[in-house]
Design a protein. Structure first.
Length: 240
């Protein structure tokens, strides 16, 4: 049945992802998720892949410039005229990316927004340009996450900054998922949420590995130099 109930079987087969920072493991592996996505029509599978390629951080990192990222998103949005909720997800992600890019530019010493239209996107470009010196670019009263991200950046807290960004992305998709349970939009939103959870798990693993490395390095520094297996197992080998 097309429309709101087009993918009842597929959507019902996808396990609950849980809250972003509470799950120890992904409830469904990438392999199993991909297998279930085979139930999508060829057109919808192509659209899903284009959406992921346009906004997934690991994919857009392969592009050469902010302008290319914006152009790719605009092209995909044109193909999503029948899916306004998905268009809004792309718009929201581009605006978030613009704000994060502005925070980093200012942190790196930019005294003003420069030609913000060349590297930014969205409704807030004028506000950001006019409030460049404000910690949250004049957006903090309705986007509290911007001030939180600025604080993490000032503290050089990369993991904390990532947590703020992922939390806001998850919140946006929670809002846009309303009214979509068994349709194409529901499947896309699930996949995008899954990718956010996967990304956090990767950061959590990096943090655990770094913490283990620090403990092992400290232990080796404190151990007597008697030549017994010293340096045989590095923290990288143990973590692999």
């Amino acid at each position: 049945m097309p429309g709101r109930y087009e993918y009842v079987t597929l959507a019902a087969s996808l396990p609950y992802l849980g809250r972003l920072f509470t799950e120890a493991h992904l409830p469904i592996s990438r392999f199993r998720l991909e297998a279930r996505l085979d139930q999508l029509s060829a057109e919808h599978r192509t659209l899903l892949d284009e959406i992921v390629a346009a906004i997934a951080w690991d994919r857009v990192a392969q592009l050469d410039s902010d302008a290319q990222i914006i152009d790719r998103c605009r092209q995909v949005m044109e193909r999503l005229e029948a899916y306004p909720a998905l268009q809004e997800i792309l718009r929201a992600r581009l605006e978030m990316r613009t704000i994060v890019a502005a925070l980093r530019r200012r942190h790196d010493g930019a005294v003003d927004a420069g030609e913000i239209a060349d590297w930014g996107y969205g409704r807030w470009l004028g506000t950001m340009r006019a409030n460049w010196s404000d910690p949250a670019f004049g957006l903090g009263h309705f986007m509290p996450w911007v001030g939180e991200a600025q604080a993490k950046l000032m503290q050089d807290d990369r993991i904390g900054l990532e947590r703020v960004i992922l939390s806001e992305g998850f919140r946006q998709m929670d809002r846009l998922a309303e009214g979509h349970e068994f349709d194409f939009e529901a499947v896309v939103i699930y996949v995008l949420r899954w990718r956010l959870v996967e990304r956090w798990r990767q950061y959590d693993a990096e943090r655990a590995t770094a913490r283990l490395g620090g403990l092992l390095d400290a232990a080796m520094d404190a151990a007597p130099s008697d030549g017994i297996a010293a340096g045989v197992f590095t923290h990288r080998e143990i973590a692999s």
